[in-house]
Design a protein. Structure first.
Length: 141
C-alpha cells in the first residue's frame, strides 16, 4: 500500500462533525494541511452524504453530480420522475444513470457510492410490490 484515503462515512471522526469553530470546508482544509505537515500520503477523500443539500427525510434534495448520494426522496425536484410511493423513490428514466456517468470525467469522479440502498429498498412501497423495479434500477446504474 502506497497511499491513504480519508473517508467521512459512518464511524469516521468527522462524520457529521467538524473541528471546533470550523465549517466542513475549513475542517477539510485542516485535514489536508495536517496530512501535508506530517507527510501522510493521503491521495483522496470521500465526502459522505452530509455534504449535500438534504430533502425530505434527509434524502438528496438536488440532483447534482456528486461522488456520494443518499437515497432519492420523493420530493427530489430535479431529475426524472421517481417510481416511489412514500418518502423514497428511484430514478425511473433509463437515461438517468447513463447521463450521470457520462459526465464523470468533467467533475473528476473516480469512485461513486450510492449510499443507503438497503433503507431505500426496504422502505419503498414500489419495491415491496414489484420485485423487478429495484433490480432494474440498479442494473441501469
Amino acid at each position: 500500500m502506497r497511499y491513504l484515503g480519508y473517508y467521512t462515512d459512518a464511524g469516521a471522526y468527522y462524520y457529521y462533525n467538524t473541528e471546533p469553530g470550523m465549517n466542513y470546508e475549513k475542517t477539510f482544509d485542516y485535514i489536508r494541511d495536517y496530512a501535508d505537515d506530517t507527510n501522510y500520503p493521503i491521495r483522496f477523500a470521500q465526502y459522505d452524504s452530509w455534504f449535500y443539500p438534504h430533502g425530505e427525510g434527509n434524502g438528496l434534495l438536488e440532483w447534482d453530480f456528486r461522488t456520494d448520494n443518499g437515497y432519492f426522496p420523493i420530493d427530489l425536484p430535479i431529475g426524472p420522475p421517481g417510481s416511489g410511493v412514500g418518502p423514497y423513490s428511484f430514478p425511473n428514466d433509463t437515461r438517468f444513470w447513463p447521463d450521470f456517468f457520462s459526465n464523470r470525467r468533467q467533475w473528476g469522479l473516480k469512485t461513486y457510492e450510492q449510499d443507503w440502498m438497503d433503507v431505500q429498498i426496504n422502505r419503498m412501497n414500489a419495491t415491496q410490490q414489484d420485485l423487478m423495479i429495484g433490480r432494474d434500477n440498479w442494473r441501469q446504474m
